[in-house]
Structure formats: structure tokens, C-alpha cells
Design a protein around this ligand. Structure first.
Ligand code: B12
Ligand code: SF4
Length: 478
């Protein structure tokens, strides 16, 4: 089972930390459907070298848009060697005909129903070429094969997903295309999710769910169940959920939430209408940030550049807004129309797509004609935004919006840690020691031993705040 990497991640010169963050959870999920008699390995090309001289019976490849070219190369290679090749994942779902030219079997949508069906067909000698997911449920999900994951190669080996999809329908998102033909958003049962969490060693968790707060009842029950487990966790949520579900958010914090990835997407509200990002329209972004910060939750703000109302001033305005509001980390993207999304169809209809070189659909290159910017302006502005946001001056300014020494220190350490120490990350990755940095991340997330500011809030007045280790504890254990 292979997760191919886009070229940059395998460069001998530079290995950004972002490629050593998370293990291939999708493949480990599918691996759980093999039998005891099957000999299975997972290779993640982001963190290890792929051997191409073996002779497997079956090769399973997960294809993202940016790794499509590499995936097809690997698929063709193994087919020439006589192996049976199965391709699935987001890009295969968007462009099944393109993928079919390189595979014996292709799969669209999530694999929990199609994959066991295929394995069964294969054993009976009657596999077909195309499988499309219809039955969307996580009810009978077998335990993920985490034993196949080489934990030491990742900073965050404890990534987990307890839902699939998202209840919203933003035009630029992969989600509608990937989940078409069935449910667009569904969760595990709470008990099963808690059992999966329980299986994870250590303290730190990263929920990779698109929107962990998408079903408030599920989220509240999950966080209640996690309270007292002593976990420390990060996740993604929407502005809407932060503003409209204060109690769920407080429960999240009490159970260990310390940083949230929030899709602000744009500071130009007219863009939100165009992209059907209705859940963000008219929301007070500043209030959402304030709420999270008041609860001791750091914010990773996600912003997209190049929407039709963005002019040359958008980069400075976006960076300034994030710095001014003390956002700890920012992720910038260039708007990228993924095939089979509403945005892509609109761009194609208006003949605005510049090319279809999937390698460059990595949200760092301009692949369409922007409206109020030129393509070079958009690319340069994107890189400038990263530089400006992660200048020490901006980091200091962001940190100084925090009350007190510990939150300021936490801001400095977290923001500085990602972007200012890339050579150190590179060294850790090359020496296969990256997991050793996890205690440092945990220390920073705890705010150097500070407690979340929720003890006094009405919803939680009677509850005991979770005991967090002090800085000394963390340093000792590191
Ligand atoms: C974690 C993550 C990463 C991690 C690591 C990826 C990994 N280890 O899997 C890192 C940080 C490296 C990363 C990087 C990037 N990512 Co990313 N990432 C994700 C994220 C948040 C979660 C992936 C995950 O674990 N999902 C949970 C598991 C259970 O689901 P799954 O992987 O999809 O697997 C299921 C199905 O896809 C299917 N399946 C998959 N393969 C196969 C194969 C077969 C045979 C079958 C039957 C089924 C099947 O079955 C699985 C079980 O249901 C997704 C968003 C998302 N919700 O998926 C974005 C996402 C996949 N990333 C995306 C992008 C754009 C990128 C980057 C280009 C971003 C950038 N600007 O740098 C890079 C480049 C990645 C590359 N190598 O090419 C896009 C992909 C768009 C697309 N159409 O391909 C997504 C969807 C984000 C988004 N909303 O746009 N990413
Ligand atoms: S809220 Fe996020 S995950 Fe959900 S559809 Fe919009 S962009 Fe996609």
C-alpha cells in the first residue's frame, strides 16, 4: 500500500516538516480489511524511500491531485511487473477515466464499503474494474492497522478521524465531489470513537476531521467522554461553530483542545457569496478569535488568495488582520480549482483554466486566470504574505496582543517553531528522530503548564479543570 509523494517532498535538499506530520491514515484504515493470512506493508513516500524491485500480488495506491503523476508512474511500473494495481482516493474520484488508464481496479469515494467488497470479489475470482462507494457508514469499521505505521517517522503519529466529510458545501472544496452519490457527512458512534482514542499511546492527538464540530451532539458527547483522559489535542472547526456553540467549545477545551485550525478563507466578504461559503457570511471573525484565545486555544487561520474580489491589497490586509488579532499560525493558499468541483466547472466554462498539470495544483501555484490580479502578482503576493506573517517583528506583535507572559511565550514558541527552525526540522527528519520533538510540541500546547481559562465560565463552574503538567514535568519527560 503506497502513499506517493509529490516531487518536492522527496528532494535530497530539503524536507519540510509538514510532510512528516501525519501518517497515511486512509491506507491504514483500508489495511484493516485484509485477513490474517495477508502480508501487508504500507510505504509513505513522504518519509521513506519506496522500493520498486519487489513483487507484490496487489499494489494499492492512494492518489491525491498533486501526487497523481507520481502515482501513475508507480502504477505503470508495477503493472509492467505483473502486479494487480488498485487506485483510489480523491483524485481518482474526480477523474476516474484518467486513473483507469493506469490501473486494474479503480475506486471512487471513501473505501469502507467498496474495499471489503473488492477483497471479497478478488478472493472469489470475480473482481470488476470500477467500484463506486454508496453505503456511507463507519458503524462496522475494524480497528485501524496502526501497527503498520512507522510511528517514529512522524511528529504527530496520533492522527485520528472520527467523521467523514462536512455538512457545508463550499464551491472550492474537494468534499462535494468526493462524497457524491451518498451521505456527505457522517460520524462514528461515540463509544467507538472513544475506544479508538483509547488505543492511541501518549497524550497528544490531532483530529484530521474536516469539521470535528459539524454535528454538535456528537461533538459534545465525544468531548464529555474524553474529559479526564488527560489528552491534549488539535483539530479543525468553522467560525460558525466557534460563535454558535460556546458550550460545545468549552467542553472541547475541558477535554484538552489547545489549538484549532479555522477556515476564515477571506477578509473580503463578497468572496464568500461567490464561493457559497455561507456559514462565514456576516460572522464576526474577531469575536471568534477572541473566544478561542480567551479559552486558551491557539488559532491556525486558513486564508485563500485569488478569489474574484481580491485585488493587489488583499495580501497586506489579510496578514495585518491576522497579526493584529494575535493569530498564532496562518496557512495561506492560492485558490485552486480541483477537478469536479463547482469552482472548476465555472472556471472551465469561462475558459479561465491555464493548464492541467496536476503537480502544480498544490495551492502554491496559480493555475487559473485571476480576475483583479495577474498570475505573477498572485503568486508573489502569496509568498510575501508568508514572509510578512512569519517575520520576527510580526510574531512579536502578535504575541504582544496576549495578556501575560505565558500566553506570549506560547505564541512565540509555536509560531517561531514552525517557520523559523526549518533547518532543525530537516535535521530531525533526516536522522529519523522527528518524534522526539513531540514533547516540545506538547509543552508549547499546554502553554508551558498553564491551565485553560474555563474554570470560571458558567457552563463549567462546577467542573474540575483538567490537571495539566507543569513545564518542569514536561521538560523532565522530554
Ligand atoms: C493529513 C492531510 C495531509 C498531510 C498528509 C497526507 C496523508 N498522510 O494522508 C500532509 C500535511 C502531508 C498534506 C499535504 C498536502 N495536502 Co493534504 N490533507 C490532509 C487531510 C487534512 C486529511 C487526510 C486524511 O488522513 N483523511 C482521513 C482518511 C481516513 O481519509 P482518506 O485519506 O481520504 O482515505 C479514504 C479515502 O480517500 C479512500 N481511499 C484513499 N485511497 C484509496 C485507495 C483505494 C484503493 C481505495 C479503495 C480507497 C481509497 O478510502 C479511505 C478510507 O475511507 C486532507 C483533508 C481530508 N479530509 O481528507 C487534506 C487534503 C487531502 N490535502 C490536500 C492538499 C491540496 C494537500 C497539499 C497539496 C497542500 C499543500 N498546499 O501543500 C499537500 C500535498 C500532498 C501530496 N503529497 O501531494 C487536499 C487534496 C485535494 C485533492 N483533490 O487531492 C485535501 C483534500 C485538503 C483540501 N480540503 O483541499 N495533507
Ligand atoms: S467548511 Fe471546510 S471542509 Fe466544509 S465544505 Fe467548506 S471548505 Fe470544505
Amino acid at each position: 500500500m503506497i502513499l506517493p509523494a509529490l516531487t518536492e517532498a522527496t528532494s535530497p535538499f530539503f524536507r519540510p516538516i509538514k510532510y512528516s506530520l501525519f501518517p497515511p491514515l486512509g491506507l491504514a484504515t483500508l489495511a484493516a480489511y485484509f485477513g490474517d493470512e495477508d502480508d501487508v506493508t504500507i510505504c509513505d513516500e513522504h518519509v521513506e524511500t519506496l522500493r520498486l524491485d519487489d513483487e507484490p500480488d496487489l499494489v494499492v495506491i492512494q492518489v491525491y491531485i498533486t501526487s497523481a503523476r507520481r502515482s501513475y508512474e508507480i502504477a505503470d511500473h508495477y503493472r509492467r511487473r505483473g502486479a494487480r494495481v488498485a487506485l483510489g482516493g480523491l483524485h481518482v474520484t474526480s477523474l476516474p477515466d484518467e486513473a483507469a488508464a493506469h490501473a486494474d481496479h479503480i475506486f471512487s469515494g471513501p473505501g469502507e464499503d467498496t474495499w471489503p467488497r473488492f477483497l471479497d470479489d478478488l478472493r472469489r475470482g470475480v473482481p470488476v474494474t470500477r467500484y463506486a462507494s454508496r453505503d456511507r457508514t463507519l458503524a462496522a469499521l475494524p480497528p485501524i492497522r496502526r501497527d503498520l505505521i512507522k510511528r517514529h517517522l512522524y511528529l504527530v503519529p496520533n492522527s485520528i478521524v472520527v467523521s467523514r466529510g462536512c455538512p457545508h458545501v463550499c464551491d472550492f472544496c474537494y468534499k462535494v465531489a468526493f462524497f457524491q452519490g451518498g451521505k456527505q457527512f457522517y460520524t462514528m458512534e461515540v463509544d467507538r470513537a472513544l475506544a479508538e482514542i483509547d488505543r492511541l499511546p501518549g497524550r497528544h492527538l490531532y483530529f484530521l476531521d474536516d469539521h470535528l464540530f459539524g454535528n454538535p451532539n456528537f461533538a459534545a458527547a465525544l468531548f464529555d467522554g474524553m474529559t479526564g483522559m488527560g489528552r491534549l489535542w488539535q483539530a479543525a472547526g468553522t467560525v460558525k461553530s466557534v460563535l454558535e456553540q460556546p458550550r460545545v467549545l468549552e467542553k472541547a477545551v475541558r477535554s484538552g483542545l489547545r489549538s484549532l485550525f479555522v477556515g476564515f478563507e477571506t477578509v473580503n466578504s463578497a468572496n464568500l457569496h461567490d464561493q457559497r461559503k455561507y456559514q462565514n457570511i456576516g460572522r464576526d471573525y474577531a469575536e471568534a478569535v477572541r473566544r478561542l484565545h480567551d479559552l486558551g486555544v491557539m488559532v491556525n487561520g486558513s486564508f485563500v488568495f485569488g478569489m474574484d474580489h481580491d485585488g493587489p491589497d488583499v495580501f497586506d490586509r489579510t496578514v495585518e488582520w491576522a497579526v493584529e488579532h494575535g493569530i498564532e499560525t496562518a496557512t495561506y493558499h492560492i485558490l485552486t480549482p480541483y477537478p469536479d468541483t463547482a469552482l472548476y466547472r465555472r472556471m472551465e466554462a469561462d475558459t479561465r483554466m491555464l493548464h492541467h498539470e496536476w503537480d502544480l495544483f498544490d495551492t502554491r501555484h496559480v493555475v487559473f486566470k485571476p480576475h483583479r490580479l495577474t498570475a505573477p502578482q498572485l503568486e508573489a503576493g502569496y509568498w510575501r504574505a508568508y514572509r510578512d506573517f512569519y517575520r520576527w517583528g510580526s510574531i512579536w506583535r502578535g504575541a504582544s496582543t496576549k495578556p501575560g507572559l505565558r500566553p506570549r511565550l506560547r505564541h512565540l514558541a509555536y509560531a517561531g517553531g514552525w517557520k523559523k527552525f526549518e533547518p532543525l526540522w530537516d535535521l530531525l527528519i533526516r536522522s529519523k528522530q522527528v518524534l522526539h520533538a513531540l514533547p516540545v510540541l506538547e509543552t508549547i500546547l499546554t502553554g508551558f503548564g498553564s491551565r485553560p481559562a474555563i474554570a470560571g465560565t458558567s457552563a463549567l463552574r462546577d467542573s474540575k479543570p483538567e490537571a495539566l503538567p507543569t513545564l518542569e514535568d514536561r521538560v523532565a519527560s522530554a
